[in-house]
Design a protein around this ligand. Structure first.
Ligand code: ZN
Length: 169
């Protein structure tokens, strides 16, 4: 049984913590990955990091396939960017940052090393939307947010708005 998990939003401090490396790929990790994928598809979103469901593990799920095409889920354990190249501007959002959009410059191509759910090493080259999603999700497991790319005034305004909203709830 898969379940939809609750997505943590700013300013929850778990989003600011560096996630720990996964030491063993086991059934618990598989279950977490399946639940995260379910949660991402339901949101809907193109990527989700474990920090965003309140788990400090280096685990991310990504699927940038357009919704009218068959799913192509990517599950990465302990991912890191080993090479990057080029610079592209694109608008991004984040499931942990409601109503926040930002045009951010990121590498156009990246090479990522990670493990799959079986604990096997894998390496992938990506460009376009997939390269962007990889950089965004790997930021998450390092405690970094899309918000950090905004100028300080815009960042403060957004945080102020969020705090106000949360007080009202
Ligand atoms: Zn995000």
């Amino acid at each position: 049984m898969m379940s939809i998990l609750q997505i943590v939003e700013v300013p929850n401090p778990v989003l600011r913590k560096a996630a720990k490396k996964v030491q063993s790929c086991n059934a618990d990790l598989e279950k977490l990955a399946a639940d995260m994928a379910e949660t991402m598809y339901a949101a809907p979103g193109v990527g989700l990091a474990a920090n965003q469901v309140n788990v400090l593990k280096q685990l991310v799920v990504i699927d940038v396939t357009p919704r009218d095409q068959p799913k192509n889920l990517l599950v990465l354990v302990n991912p890191s960017i080993v090479e990057s190249d080029g610079l592209e501007d694109m608008e991004e959002g984040c499931l942990s940052l409601p109503e926040f959009r930002l045009i951010v410059g990121r590498a156009g191509r990246v090479k990522v090393q990670a493990k799959n759910l079986k604990g096997e090493d894998l390496e992938l080259m990506a460009e376009g939307l997939l390269a962007r999603a990889l950089q965004h999700e790997i930021d998450h497991i390092n405690g970094r947010l899309l918000l950090d790319y905004a100028n300080p005034i815009r960042r403060e305004l957004y945080l102020k708005k969020r705090r106000k909203l949360l007080k009202k709830r």
